[in-house]
Design a protein around this ligand. Structure first.
Ligand code: ADP
Ligand code: MG
Length: 614
């Protein structure tokens, strides 16, 4: 055998190794990812040569694979590829020097991030991660070139390395790590690490002879080659779900960024069951190797129900969990993805029955988006669905469809909060709308009111609470029981005096049909939806921000005619009746939360009405 050559590491590498061995204690497991990535790169390069006509390849028929074996008695782990291999000068160049500024940049970075080993591969120095776990590394390699000589490279990762010729090597590279402890000599542990980072590497990986990466990286294939079952299997694997997904999207983008993504919407939203906020489950890959699982910042929070993978070759070298959030590039990816997802959901919404299922599960996330994501709120609002006075039962409408039904003269989008459809239809605030045939969105959840108020307008139409609508109805033909203008004026004065501080205003209504009276929110520091939200969050109105309501009387209602007469004959009783009418209106408007408080007066009135003796 020919002589062994001794080499010294380039100064930067020696410094790098010093840090790798002594101060990088976190996530040592990533050395597995780095060695597998190198093996996959070597195989890929060979694959490329195979497609280049006229290239003479040693052992041309040898299959491209990655073999890993562990030996816990010898405390070794071995990684073998059948790729391009290295010549002697390539060995020196690739594993002894760093041509680019990678190591320097990496040194800077790890000083800042206090030794985040995950970054190592991103700086083109991944091979040296082996020394985090090994006190000596041996590399056997034989180049693909037909007349090449094989070599063995050995180093303890301290000062230098030795290179000697080695005969009878097969094409490719075999790397043997002599481990410091047995953790990574355990096949079970290694399998776990491979599955975590390298499961989608495009060559078969075998661990002690057993295939490990059985799931295909579907996002790198053509859509036409993938069956529904493939997608479902892939979803179940990456989404940790037993059900099939409700929707899926497989898309590629080249500009402004190269992105390949497969995204899924799960059938169920676990937040509805657990009340815990979900974590987004979209994993970020760069060329099929995991960069960050459940990558934060990839999507806005309100899309946290999505599961899937995003693979971008454009990721910068220094992307990591810590730096991700402020990366301008990540914001760009986020923007591209968000737009695409909005478009996707809009397409899916055409199948209304299926979309209803989607909205029942994930709709609350979209509503949160409208309330929190200023730049997308109108686009998200397109995806919202509501019950309305024009829908039946559980059926819903979009705001766009609502607008398409607006008759002449109907300018705003109206909404009304009530616990259910019956209560909404019985509300005095709805009467004028019913009379005119104008549609009103019915909101059962107080949060929805908050969302629509926050949205403020949609497709140029202002969103207005029904209780605040400037709406007038045509007076009924039969005005026999109606009061004269003078009588209305007198009654208004009487009620003002009677109610005193309880109301801010009393006036004759233009919008009531069946109800004798109603109260409306006066504009004030806090409106009804905010009050209801505060209440839901367990906060009461201790600051006294609730404005006093405005009282409206229906001059065409028999009760008002009767009250006008009564106030002249029995003023005390008229005051009690008036007080009761105010209470009733407040309960109906949801301003008195506990209706029991109004029963006292009602009972007094009943007592007066009924004969004194049996
Ligand atoms: P990077 O992979 O980012 O270039 P590494 O430190 O991981 O940085 O590897 C350095 C170089 O060593 C690679 O670019 C490659 O040329 C060479 N190399 C490493 N492992 C192998 C291998 N298994 N087969 C062939 N070449 C390899
Ligand atoms: Mg590498």
């Amino acid at each position: 055998m020919s002589k062994t050559e001794k080499h010294e590491f380039q100064a930067e590498i020696a410094q790098l190794l010093e840090i790798v061995i002594h101060s990088l204690y976190t996530e040592k497991e990533i050395f597995v990812r780095e060695l597998i990535s190198n093996a996959a790169d070597a195989n890929e390069k060979l694959q490329f040569l195979q497609q280049t006509a006229g290239t003479d390849i040693f052992e041309a028929d040898r299959a491209l694979s990655i073999q890993i074996s562990t030996d816990d008695t010898a405390k070794t782990i071995t990684v073998v590829d059948t790729g391009i291999g290295m010549t002697q000068s390539e060995l020196v160049e690739n594993l002894g020097t760093i041509a680019h500024s990678g190591s320097k940049a990496f040194l800077e970075q790890i000083k800042q991030s206090k030794g985040d080993a995950r970054l190592i591969g991103q700086f083109g120095v991944g091979f040296y991660a082996a020394f985090m776990v090994a006190d000596s590394v041996t590399v056997y390699t034989r180049s693909y070139q037909s007349d090449a000589q094989g070599y063995v490279w050995t180093s303890d990762g301290k000062t230098g390395y030795e290179i000697a010729p080695a005969d009878d090597l097969e094409r490719g590279t075999k790397i043997v790590l002599h481990l410091r402890d047995t953790e990574f000599a355990s096949a079970y542990r290694i399998e776990e690490v491979i599955k975590k980072y390298s499961n989608f590497v495009s060559f078969p990986i075998e661990l002690n002879g057993k295939p490990v990466n059985t799931i295909q990286p579907l996002w790198t294939k053509n859509r036409s080659e993938i069956s529904d079952e493939d997608y479902t299997e892939f979803y179940k694997y990456i989404g940790h779900d037993v059900d099939s997904p409700l929707y899926r999207l497989h898309f590629n983008a080249d500009a402004p960024l190269s992105i390949k993504a497969i995204l899924f919407v799960p059938e169920r939203n676990t937040e509805l069951l657990t009340m815990n906020r979900q974590e987004g489950e979209v994993h970020l890959y760069c060329k099929r190797v995991l960069i960050t699982a459940k990558a934060k910042g990839l999507f806005p929070e309100w899309l946290r129900f999505l599961k899937g993978v995003v693979d971008s070759e454009d990721l910068p070298l220094n992307i990591s969990r810590e730096t991700m959030q402020d990366s301008a590039l990540l914001r760009k990816i986020n923007e591209v993805l968000t737009k695409r997802v909005l478009k996707w959901l809009e397409e899916e919404s055409k199948d209304t029955d299926k979309y209803a299922k989607f909205f029942a599960q994930h709709g609350h996330c979209l509503k949160e988006g409208v309330a929190t994501d200023w730049s997308h709120k109108e686009a998200i609002a397109k995806l919202l669905r509501f019950k309305s006075s024009h829908t039946e039962g559980e059926a819903t409408t979009s705001l766009s469809d609502y607008i398409s039904r607006m008759p002449e003269g109907h300018k705003d989008i109206y909404f009304l909060h009530a616990p259910d459809r019956e209560a909404a239809e019985a509300s005095p605030d709805f009467e004028a709308f019913r009379a005119k045939g104008w549609e009103v969105i019915f909101l059962e959840d107080p949060r929805d009111e908050f969302v629509l108020e926050h949205l403020h307008s949609f497709e140029g139409k202002t969103l207005v609470p029904a209780a605040k609508a400037e709406i007038t109805i045509d007076r009924p033909e039969d005005r026999t029981r109606s009061l004269s203008d003078a009588q209305v004026e007198g009654l208004v004065g009487f009620l003002k005096e009677t109610f005193g501080e309880r109301v801010s205003e009393v006036r004759a209504s233009q919008r009531l049909v069946g109800s004798p009276a109603s109260v409306r929110e006066a504009d004030g520091a806090m409106n009804a939806s905010m009050r209801r939200m505060m209440k839901m969050m367990g906060k009461d109105d201790s600051l006294g921000l609730t404005p006093k309501p405005e009282f409206e009387l229906n001059p065409d209602h028999g009760i008002m005619a009767g009250l006008e007469a009564l106030r002249h004959s029995d003023e005390a009783l008229a005051k009690q009746v008036a007080g009761q009418l105010l209470d009733n209106a407040m309960v109906s408007a949801g301003m008195i939360e506990d209706p029991r408080v109004v029963f006292g007066r009602l009972n007094l009135l009943l007592e007066k009405l009924l004969p004194a003796k049996p």
